[in-house]
Design a protein around this ligand. Structure first.
Ligand code: HEM
Length: 412
């Protein structure tokens, strides 16, 4: 009998790993009616799929092509914007966009962000312990990456809330299988609003480049010979950075603290030796990473294992499943912050490898180091925090904790 995979089952949302391992063993190239696509779960297959030019990253064009003309017109702006996101395009456009964006994400541009990130971390943790807030997501895990990435693309802190709502509308459109009636209208309205907003930010930056040369200034200035990012590409990819750069890293902290609290011996290890923070970040990313899956669409028939993926079929390379594949990792369901052989693929593989990986790692390392220094006796107030219902993003929506800082005791 074929194994069942129902990603909407609340038990599977809370813990997808058991059923994914069952698929890995019994049906590694699995057709799922529930999500209308192929579910790949083995490390080697997921890695190969992410890097296979016959499996296109462009799922926007086929999606729009399938819509009736009136519905297509109703999502024209959001469709055009997503169609310019580096993550949703194939070569040669991808090669061009990525090359220009790489010029903005230099090692020195990232290193220059370190003091700013450290200052935001300190401020947020101090405010968290001094306030009545118990939700670690609202108090720290969300505002840290959101503030960092917003600053990088020229959005002031005061506009973060409005960006959160626009970005949530896009996330629902792009990543949720839920049948939310007005999700297309909301995504369209938010895409229009973001295009207008970033159009103004970019026009202002062109007239007055900011002295500290933020990522957005580097993207505006980036040149490949005579080529540069067009206005529409700058807007779209600034939105991509904002979108890709916050919720993922939020989930790195949320999933990470949850794993540490459920494995107190590992939390104690990190607290005793904060120099383990970088390796703890890698283990969090492998063990319960922020991304469940990416998506590809076959542009020709592709033989995968003993199956044939047909042209036009959707493929889900399940990144989190791959990172728990016992064929690749020893004792994969054990959370071990000192794990050394840890070549997980949470940042993807191949040409779309995450542009923000060094930034996410830096935020993770600075954040965890400060967290174990400043928060003591951390206690989980909800043993089963609620998970987002999304195949793409894996994370909890709230993580209530109690903790102590110095002489201050934060209690429920
Ligand atoms: C822990 C945090 C993060 C994780 C787990 C993550 C994961 C990923 C993955 C899996 C991909 C490849 C998707 C695919 O192949 O379809 C990707 C691409 C991308 N990520 Fe991240 N990401 C994280 C943080 C960030 C941050 C902080 C930024 C922004 C600075 C960012 C910007 C991007 C961009 C622009 C791409 C597209 C690259 C391309 O298509 O060439 N990510 N990310």
């Amino acid at each position: 009998m074929q194994p069942e995979y129902n990603p909407s089952d609340p038990a599977v949302i809370a813990n997808p790993y058991q059923v994914l391992q069952h698929l890995q063993d019994e049906d590694p190239v699995h057709w799922s009616d529930a999500i209308n696509g192929w579910v790949l779960t083995r490390y080697d297959d997921v890695r190969a799929a992410l890097n296979d030019p016959r499996l296109s990253a462009d799922r926007i064009t086929p999606f729009l092509d399938h819509l009736p003309a009136d519905e297509r017109a109703a999502v024209a702006e959001v469709g055009a914007m997503l169609g310019r996101w580096a993550v949703f395009v194939d070569p040669p456009l991808h090669t061009r966009l990525r090359s220009l964006m790489n010029k903005a994400f230099t090692t020195s541009a990232l290193a220059a962000l370190r003091p700013r990130i450290a200052a935001i971390v300190e401020r947020l943790l101090d405010e968290f312990v001094a306030s009545d807030e118990t939700d670690f997501i609202a108090g720290f895990a969300y505002p840290l990456p959101a503030t960092v990435i917003a600053g990088m693309v020229g959005v002031p802190d005061s506009d973060l809330d409005v960006f959160k709502s626009w970005s949530d509308d896009l996330a629902t459109f792009v990543g949720s299988a839920q049948a939310i009636p007005d999700k297309r209208d909301r995504a369209e309205r938010s895409a229009v609003a973001m295009t207008e907003y970033f159009g103004e930010v970019i026009a202002h930056r062109r007239r007055h480049p900011i002295a500290d040369q933020s990522i957005i200034d580097h993207m505006i200035a980036a040149r490949d010979g005579d080529d540069a990012l067009s206005e529409a590409e700058l807007v779209a990819n600034s939105v991509l950075l904002l979108f890709a750069g916050h919720e993922t890293t939020t989930n790195l902290f949320g999933n990470g603290l949850l794993a540490l609290l459920r494995n107190p011996d590992q939390l104690a290890l990190l607290a005793d030796d904060p120099t383990l923070a970088a390796s703890a970040v890698e283990e969090i990313l492998r063990y319960d990473g922020p991304i469940g899956t990416s998506t590809r669409v076959a542009v020709e028939d592709v033989a995968f294992g003993n199956r044939t993926i047909k042209r036009g079929d959707r493929v889900f390379p399940m990144i989190n499943a791959a990172n728990r594949d016992p064929r690749r990792f020893d004792d994969p369901h054990r959370f071990d912050i000192r794990r050394t052989d840890n070549r997980h693929i949470v940042f993807g593989y191949g040409i779309h490898f995450c542009l923000g990986a060094p930034l996410a790692r830096m935020e993770g390392e600075i954040g965890l180091t400060a967290l174990v220094r400043k928060l003591h006796d951390i206690e989980l107030l909800d043993p089963d925090p609620p998970w987002h219902d999304s195949l793409v993003l894996r994370g909890v929506s709230t993580l209530p904790i109690a903790c102590r800082a110095g002489s201050y005791t934060k209690s429920r």
